[in-house]
Design a protein around this ligand. Structure first.
Ligand SMILES: Nc1ncnc2c1ncn2[C@@H]1O[C@H](COP(=O)(O)OP(=O)(O)OP(=O)(O)O)[C@@H](O)[C@H]1O
Ligand SMILES: O=C(O)C1=C[C@@H](O)[C@@H](O)[C@H](O)C1
Ligand SMILES: [Mg+2]
Length: 173
């Protein structure tokens, strides 16, 4: 089984993925970290030097590699992974994978992202909280159609990490 965590930037994929893997005694991989390790360069630098399209090709390549090769894995995707190529089809077409959408509201995401923009190339240039709110609102609206294809959706606003994990395990097994 591969449990795949999906959601917008700062929805908690990496944080919750680590906790979930530990609880289940599964391996944990964060797709952004995996890409950085394989390419020996940071995601931000890939965006800068090679561009987003190059990044998206690598993201799809490594997602498929992991889906083929791994089992007993919690895999946290990048925020955009479900929205490009046929990545969501690849997830839905393997009985090995179960996907979970970690749903967070715009205010929650803005509060988390406003002080953590620099490592996230798509929002690093946005100067004010108002502009960040507007950007996330539109971006999340475009992306929700892909995120919502997940097998399970968990709302995460104002919930403690351990409570989200408990809910998630109940829904998955
Ligand atoms: N349930 C929660 N309650 C409060 N804070 C949380 C919760 N889940 C995550 N956070 C905090 O939100 C921030 C973003 O979380 P995290 O890095 O796990 O998101 P992500 O989905 O992996 O983001 P990205 O797509 O950019 O990698 C972190 O500072 C984390 O501690
Ligand atoms: O939301 C996105 O499109 C991204 C999120 C990050 O996880 C990284 O994968 C990258 O910064 C792109
Ligand atoms: Mg992450």
């Amino acid at each position: 089984m591969i449990l795949v965590l999906i959601g917008y930037m700062a929805s908690g994929k990496s944080t919750l993925g680590r906790i979930l893997a530990n609880k289940l005694n599964y391996d944990f991989i964060d797709l952004d970290d995996y890409i950085e390790e394989k390419e020996q360069v940071s995601v931000s630098d890939i965006f800068k030097s090679k561009g987003e399209i190059y990044f998206r090709k690598k993201e799809t390549l490594y997602l498929k590699e992991l889906l083929d090769d791994k089992t007993k894995l919690v895999l946290s995707l990048g925020g955009g992974t479900p929205c490009y190529s046929n990545n969501m089809d690849a997830l839905k077409n393997t009985s090995k994978a179960k996907s979970v959408y970690l749903k967070a509201s715009i205010p929650t995401l803005v509060a988390r992202l406003k002080n953590e923009k620099s490592k996230r190339p798509l929002i690093a240039h946005i100067e004010t909280d108002e502009l960040l709110t507007e950007f996330i609102g539109k971006h999340l609206f475009e992306r929700t159609q892909f995120y919502s294809l997940s097998d399970v959706t968990i709302t995460t606003d104002n919930k403690k990490e351990e409570d989200i994990i408990e809910e998630l395990v109940l829904q998955l097994f």
